[in-house]
Design a protein around this ligand. Structure first.
Ligand code: FES
Length: 255
């Protein structure tokens, strides 16, 4: 987000000029506040599900936090799998930008100077240096997305009969949005088209160019895929939990 140069009328004090986002009429604090609230709520919810819940399956629906379902003794199933997508989000280029700015104000934004005495060193120091492992989290998450597609297909199978329930629709929407988020990843875009000097010099290079263009289509709106899929992951899990608790009845149509 680029910020405009302060003009005389916007200067509230000689020491701290007030700047305004030229691309939005919304107050500057609104976006960071939204990021802090949304990510905090999701983080607390994810910890509760992963470490304190043992059930996430209501036939034929499986919570995305538990896929693939691995049960070993008293250890909650989410512990085995949820680390991959959570690390993937934590190290995502878009989320990094969002939480660095919103939680820490460090850096505050493009072209906005750091506060006195602070120097932004990016991902070169502990613990942020671990963000450079994002590509490996991508590999693990791709495996999980394959399982989620399998779960979404199974969610239309009601004891051997094809059917559509609200849960089936939710699970399908969730995996579509997660795929859009995962395959629009900046690291994947680099894997597809990076490190190449010529896109047209060989069959393989031309294929990579096509793949790169496809990834770019998803990558352009990576932030929106990120938020939408975060919402459906939580929403799908909550829906299954409400079914398990008997609070909701799953409307379904079975052939
Ligand atoms: Fe966001 Fe990779 S950059 S998922």
């Amino acid at each position: 987000m680029a910020l405009s140069q302060p003009v005389d009328s916007e200067v509230s004090s000689p020491r701290r000029p007030r700047v305004r986002n030229p691309y939005s009429r919304l107050p500057n604090w609104l976006y960071p506040a939204f990021v802090v609230v949304a990510l905090s709520l999701f983080g607390i919810f994810a910890i509760w599900v992963v470490f304190f819940q043992h059930e996430g399956y209501y036939a034929p629906y499986l919570s995305p936090f538990y896929s693939p379902l691995i049960k070993v003794g008293p250890i909650p199933p989410g512990v085995w799998v949820a680390w991959a997508p959570l690390v993937f989000r934590l190290t995502c280029y878009y989320y990094r930008k969002a939480y660095f700015r919103s939680f820490f104000g460090h850096p505050r934004s493009c072209a906005v100077p750091e506060r006195a005495g602070r120097r932004y060193r990016g991902e070169t120091v502990f613990p942020w240096v671990f963000n450079n492992f994002h590509r490996f989290a991508f590999y693990a998450t791709v495996v999980q997305v394959v399982f989620l597609w399998f779960d979404a297909i199974i969610a239309f199978d009601f004891g051997g009969r094809f059917g559509i329930g609200l849960g089936s629709v939710l699970m399908l929407a969730n995996v579509v949005l997660l795929s859009g988020y995962t395959f629009g990843c900046h690291a994947f875009r680099h894997l597809a088209g990076g490190d190449l000097d010529c896109f047209s010099c060989s069959l393989a290079a031309r294929a990579r160019h096509k793949l790169w263009r496809g990834v770019t289509v998803l990558n352009i709106r990576h932030d929106r895929w990120a938020w939408a899929s975060l919402l459906t992951v939580a929403g799908t899990d909550i829906y299954i939990r409400l079914l398990l608790a008997g609070v909701l009845h799953d409307p379904r149509w079975v052939l």
